[in-house]
Design a protein around this ligand. Structure first.
Ligand code: HEM
Length: 669
């Protein structure tokens, strides 16, 4: 555990962290950036490296402090021989602020002060931190120091005066404490107590109000992609829509529009910068509520996980994360081995030719639904999926007038699908009476039903239908990826052989101990899965609405604009993945580690990023290992040309068949 004093940017970040939403109080990006740089400058000043007053800022001692964040700023200031004031430096250095915030968050996680959650959320770690004389978490300490300064008459420390000044310039005290008139006066008084704090806070305030260096924006119109361009694109005919959209992003820029007859004009955002930006800042400008509302209505829900934003979303995500965690999968790994074996034993007959699409669907759903809900639904899976895909396409893509929607949902196929959803939910509920659950492992359905029982206002009964059937959506995406991965394996015999050899080592003496089965035991298979996720981005876009107007590449996206964030487009961009159409599992070796960048986004970006992100990779690897251990598969038609089925998510074409050529290893009796 660390014992060093936190620097001012770190204390500021802790001050601004909102535990309810897992992110900062709603500080607009520019203000946050200015405040963080202000904190770094103030720290340099406290360490006598620079001096500043209202008019000027100059270097006293260019010796590095040993703190990378502070030294980055010190170096830049020392290099420039022209005198400038604090406001100039705040705005000049603001371009580094996002990196500084990222590295500050990383350091606070390493110090076990913050805990990072998938989806770019942070909360205070439960551990205490011994940086100061008393035992407090570092955040409690900074918040209680500032609260003491405001609500008592003690004389604050110089660093606390600086923090008060910075938080005040962002206008945030009202969100953090109950501020009455007396407290307001006291804050003003504290802000005047110290010269450095005063000048930095004033510079931050001025920069926030009227940035000196921000370039004027010449707003452009959103370019439209002509229909002919779409029809002549080399990827459209094999269904690789994300690769096609990547081509358009290269030609038209990160924002472009497509007008397809009978659909509303669709605005797409695609590219490497878009991925980075949405992951980091999307929460301030984008909402998922409006887009998913139609889908939610079809399920009869009111605020289900995918359609929530802000603190309610974060609270629900935290409540459910255990059920979707890789730990949960690992704790059930012995059953997973059995499920895969039992399914293959009864459905995979040597000598037969099977449709990859259907086989993957059945194998996936035979595992995911039981793992999350202890319920079998393979017999109704296809009906549920047909209904759910139609719901998504109609409400998210076409959005027709209400009467058309009603007509479309009145067909017998849709009625059958809706009934299948009801059946699935009924089965889950029947399997979750208290008697049925005695001695059973805790899973998603238990978590969901207990949330409803303990807080029906937060999690109403209306949401059970969506939540209890939603694992089938996960099954669908998982099976889409599985179909592609099976294709990639059978068409690349060298990789198939390597996966088989890892599998044989793992399963040679019966099932491995799940506790010790680590990604490093199947390094090739692991990287193979990652490359499949990249080259077959089965969910390649996420729909959103603009909630705060947003300037992207000089194009203003107004409030309410429907946008599709095409996170899978970056997968086909040379700058992010050299030779993007080459299947290359070495991209994921250090030092490249291509999967650690936001350009690699096979399961979403930002706050709604898939909660099963780690689960998917391990689970898929285990499936491929077991397939390779037991079976030799080959394409039924060796000349088959790969094509995606691009309806809803991407999956393999229904025409793809494999021949179950040989069983290499018998199943244990
Ligand atoms: C290859 C398989 C999968 C893919 C491609 C995938 C993809 C995604 C994507 C793109 C999202 C974000 C949707 C959005 O932002 O609007 C998402 C959300 C989600 N996924 Fe997955 N997923 C997969 C498998 C799974 C599995 C196996 C689980 C459960 C174990 C799971 C659980 C979830 C949950 C709970 C969310 C909602 C998160 C939220 O709204 O906060 N997914 N998934």
């Amino acid at each position: 555990m660390a014992t060093r004093r936190l620097n001012l940017p770190e204390e500021l970040v802790l001050m601004l962290l909102n535990e309810q939403t897992g992110y900062f109080y709603q500080v607009p990006g520019w203000s946050l950036n200015c405040a963080v740089i202000g904190a770094a400058l103030a720290d340099l000043s406290l360490q006598s490296r620079i001096d500043t007053d209202i008019e000027s800022l100059f270097v006293l001692d260019p010796t590095e402090t040993g703190d990378p964040v502070l030294d980055l700023c010190l170096k830049a200031i020392s290099k420039d021989k022209t005198p400038h004031n604090a406001r100039y430096w705040i705005e000049r250095l603001a371009v580094h602020a996002e990196d500084i915030i990222d590295s500050t968050l990383d350091r606070l996680v390493k110090l076990e002060i913050l805990k990072h959650h998938e989806g770019e959320f942070w909360t205070l770690a439960p551990a205490t931190w011994h940086g100061y004389s008393q035992e407090h978490t570092a955040s409690q300490l900074i918040k209680s120091r500032i609260s003491d300064a405001i609500f008592s008459n003690t004389i604050p420390l110089p660093r606390d005066i600086i923090i008060v000044g910075l938080v005040n310039s962002c206008g945030l005290f009202h969100f953090i404490f109950e501020i009455d008139e007396k407290a307001e006066k006291r804050i003003e008084q504290i802000c005047q107590m110290e010269l450095i704090g005063r000048s930095i806070a004033a510079a931050v305030k001025d920069s926030i109000a009227v940035p000196l260096l921000q370039r004027p924006s010449f707003k452009k119109k959103i370019p439209s992609v002509p229909l002919l361009k779409i029809l002549s694109n080399r990827h459209v005919w094999n269904g690789n829509i994300p690769a096609m959209l990547a081509d358009f992003a290269k030609e038209y820029g990160s924002v472009f529009r497509i007008n397809i007859p009978l659909t509303q004009p669709m605005t797409f955002l695609a590219g490497i910068d878009i991925n980075r930006w949405v992951h980091r800042n999307g929460r301030q400008y984008l909402t998922s509520k409006k887009f998913y509302q139609g889908v939610e209505n079809e399920y009869g829900g009111i605020g289900v996980l995918v359609s929530l934003d802000g603190s309610d979303h974060f609270t629900l995500r935290r409540a459910l994360q255990r059920a979707y965690s890789v730990r949960k999968l690992e704790s059930e790994m012995n059953s997973v081995f059995d499920m895969i074996r039992n399914h293959m034993k009864s459905h995979w007959k040597v000598g037969s030719h099977v449709q990859v699409y259907e086989t993957s669907r059945k194998l996936s759903n035979a595992q995911i639904m039981p793992l999350l809900t202890s319920t079998e639904t393979n017999d109704i899976f296809e009906d549920v999926m047909k209904w759910k895909n139609a719901v998504q396409m109609i409400h998210i893509v076409f959005n027709p007038p209400k009467f058309v929607t009603r007509l479309l949902f009145n067909t017998s196929r849709m009625k059958r699908g809706r009934k299948a959803v009801d059946d699935a939910v009924k089965r889950v509920q029947q399997n979750h009476t208290p008697e049925q659950r005695v001695g059973q492992p805790w899973e998603l359905a238990d978590e969901t039903l207990s949330l409803y029982a303990s807080d029906p206002q937060f999690f109403p009964e209306a949401n059970l239908r969506f939540m209890l059937s939603s694992p089938m959506l996960a099954s669908q995406y998982f099976s889409d990826l599985m179909g592609c991965a099976i294709y990639a394996m059978v068409t690349q015999p060298d990789l198939y052989a390597k996966i088989r050899s890892e599998a044989d080592a793992i399963f040679s003496n019966g099932d491995p101990d799940p506790e010790t089965l680590d990604l490093s035991d199947f390094d090739v298979t692991h990287r193979f899965v990652l490359e499949c996720q990249r080259i077959y981005p089965v969910v390649y876009l996420i729909p959103r609405n603009v909630s705060n107007s947003w300037l992207v590449d000089d194009i203003e996206l107004p409030v309410g604009e429907h946008v599709f964030i095409v996170m899978g487009a970056a997968h086909f961009m040379e700058e992010a993945f050299p030779e993007p159409f080459k299947f290359d599992i070495d991209r994921y070796l250090p030092p490249t580690n291509a999967h650690r960048s936001t350009s690699f986004a096979p399961v979403g970006l930002g706050t709604h990023m898939c909660l099963g992100v780690r689960w998917v990779v391990k689970h898929m690897a285990v499936n491929l290992l077991m397939i390779a251990h037991h079976f030799r598969l080959e394409l039924s038609d060796p000349n088959f040309k790969f094509k995606f089925n691009a309806y809803s998510s991407l999956s393999v074409s229904k025409k793809l068949k494999i021949h179950i050529a040989e069983r290499w290893k018998d199943f244990p009796a």
